[in-house]
Design a protein around this ligand. Structure first.
Ligand code: ARG
Length: 267
């Protein structure tokens, strides 16, 4: 019995996170989901798609829970109400193109926890966690799906971050069948209060981006990551913005460092 527990403990500690062969050096030419760059298969193995009753509605991020099992972090606003029906949702792991089967694995959600403080008017606490059954867990291939790390520290104004998704490639445009990404600069809340977002921010949010570089409709719930040390950490969850990529209107994300106590007790 003791050996079994010990092995379990070792197995859960051995979980790595945030690994990808994708170059962490920002390429500043031509990049934004709005208009931007197509990801290669396996670049962002933590990226998942959230499917509601057969429709890809949002993104999400694969992370590891405290018990060593897979979880997905997404945005509260992607789900229907405070008590969404898990049976309506599934998660697609290992997907690059929505148009081909590729390496994708579709796994049914088993339980969903929406932040009880999520406010659909202010968008405060725009975060939720999805769990899977033991059987679902076995469907996640470790070759194409790899978890991101949770943040190890607070973000710094000016840090480089990267957001990815299948959302629209222009404001009011159509979504992308290929996964896309864009590098964006993180903006402190104080600085973000000097943008058009002023008066609509709170300390559960963070801002990122410059003109023409943004997430857009359909990218919601997806990962904003930062490469730190040797791994990719989830710093934000795509939440909202006034339009997409507009001058003086950086995109807004749920701040996973600010929300860490909720994450720690609900993951
Ligand atoms: N809320 C939108 C969604 O549900 C996307 C928000 C991101 N918008 C932005 N400009 N960064 O997909």
């Amino acid at each position: 019995m003791i050996t079994v527990l010990l092995l379990l403990a070792i197995a859960s500690q051995a979980q790595t996170c945030g690994e990808s062969g994708f170059s962490p050096t920002p390429n500043l030419a031509m990049q934004y989901i709005v208009g931007g760059q197509v990801a290669s298969e396996g670049d962002f193995p933590w990226q998942v798609g959230l499917v509601e009753n057969g429709y890809l509605i949002c993104g999400g991020t694969y992370v590891i829970g405290p018990d060593g099992n897979p979880r997905v972090i997404t945005a509260a606003h992607c789900l229907s109400g405070k008590n969404p029906r898990p049976a309506d949702y599934s998660v697609v792991f290992g997907m690059q193109s929505t148009a081909v089967a590729g390496n994708r694995q579709v796994v049914a959600a088993s339980t969903i926890t929406v932040h009880s403080g999520y406010n659909s008017n202010t968008m405060a606490n725009d975060i939720a966690v999805i769990r899977f059954s033991a059987a679902g867990k076995t469907q996640i291939s470790s070759t194409w799906a790899k978890p991101a790390c949770l943040p190890s520290r607070a973000y710094i104004h000016g840090e480089n971050s990267l957001v990815s998704g299948w959302g629209t490639t222009s404001e009011g445009g159509s979504s992308s069948s290929q996964l896309r990404y864009v590098w964006k600069t993180l903006i402190s809340l104080a600085n973000c209060e000097n943008t058009g977002n002023s008066g609509n921010l709170d300390n559960t949010m963070l801002c990122a981006g410059e003109t023409g570089k943004d997430a857009c409709q359909g990218d919601s719930g997806g990962p904003l990551v930062v490469y730190r040390g040797s791994s990719w950490e989830l710093v934000g969850v795509v939440s909202w913005g006034f339009g997409c990529g507009r001058a003086n209107y950086p995109g807004v994300y749920a701040d996973t460092w600010a929300l860490q106590s909720w994450i720690n007790s609900n993951l």
